[in-house]
Ligand binder design. Structure first.
Ligand SMILES: C[S@@+](CC[C@H](N)C(=O)[O-])C[C@H]1O[C@@H](n2cnc3c(N)ncnc32)[C@H](O)[C@@H]1O
Length: 226
């Protein structure tokens, strides 16, 4: 190969690899900063939720459960600011894992903060966290069970951080719809990391899309007039 062509080729490839390495370095910095913030927020609340969970996916009745990972606190704060929760709100986290979201929401003066979780080991951790939580403003309850079987009759806000696939999601949405039709009320549905599942929520004619909450990756829908 012509030496000039060869050096151009090497320089181009070095530039490309440099960009890839730089981007992955920035990504690592971002995730370490987020993790440090999550640890700090856990400490402030007196709970322990950081870290994934070693054991395999929890499958659930539809076999599509997704393993534990906590919603980052920075997004959680933006979501809580946006929601402006009030004394009549019952907040539900479907697939609550170690209870990070329900504990943080438990710092708001609302009616109740509830989490449903399939895996017994995570339910135990979430219960410990609910007990340890410092400065709660409301009851924080953890229910062991499958999201498909939950009774939504008093719930006003449903939060999901990519807990399961579309089969479970469709059953859950049908149950929420039934509860809203038998007791018409405003219900807000929030789904975090909706890349694949937003379309399932968009297909519900009883829900109106509200939009994204800032840069959190959390999307909101609310009940239309029934
Ligand atoms: C991505 S984690 C979200 C945890 C929590 N919402 C948070 O942000 O801290 C999803 C959780 O959903 C649970 N899960 C999966 N399928 C479920 C089902 N059918 N019913 C209840 N929980 C389920 C998993 O065990 C896991 O803990």
């Amino acid at each position: 190969m012509n030496p000039i062509k060869l050096s151009c080729y090497v320089a181009r490839n070095l530039k490309y690899s440099g960009k890839v390495i730089w981007r992955s370095f920035l990504g690592e910095c971002h995730s370490w900063r987020a993790k440090a913030n999550d640890l700090r927020c856990d400490r402030n609340l007196g709970i322990r939720t950081v870290g994934g969970s070693e054991s395999k996916n929890s499958l659930g009745s539809e076999g599509d459960g997704i393993k534990y990972l906590g919603q980052d606190y920075a997004s959680l704060e933006s979501m809580i600011d946006h929601l402006g929760l009030g004394a009549e709100d019952v907040f539900l986290d479907l697939g609550c894992g170690k209870g990070r979201v329900i504990c943080r929401v438990g710092m708001e003066p609302i009616k109740k903060s509830v989490g449903v979780e399939l895996r017994e080991d995570l339910v135990d951790i979430a219960n410990d966290n609910a007990t340890l939580l410092k400065g709660r403003k409301t009851e924080v309850e953890v229910v062991r069970g499958d999201a498909c079987d939950y009774d939504f009759s008093d719930v006003t806000v449903v939060f999901m951080y990519e807990p399961f696939g579309w089969k479970t999601l469709r059953r859950v949405l049908a149950n929420i719809e039934e509860s809203v039709r038998s007791n018409p009320r405003r219900v807000r549905v929030l789904f975090s990391r909706t890349e694949q599942f937003g379309v399932v929520l968009d297909m519900c004619d009883w829900l109106v899309p509200v939009g994204a909450i800032g840069h959190t990756g959390i999307l909101e829908w609310k009940t239309s007039e029934l």
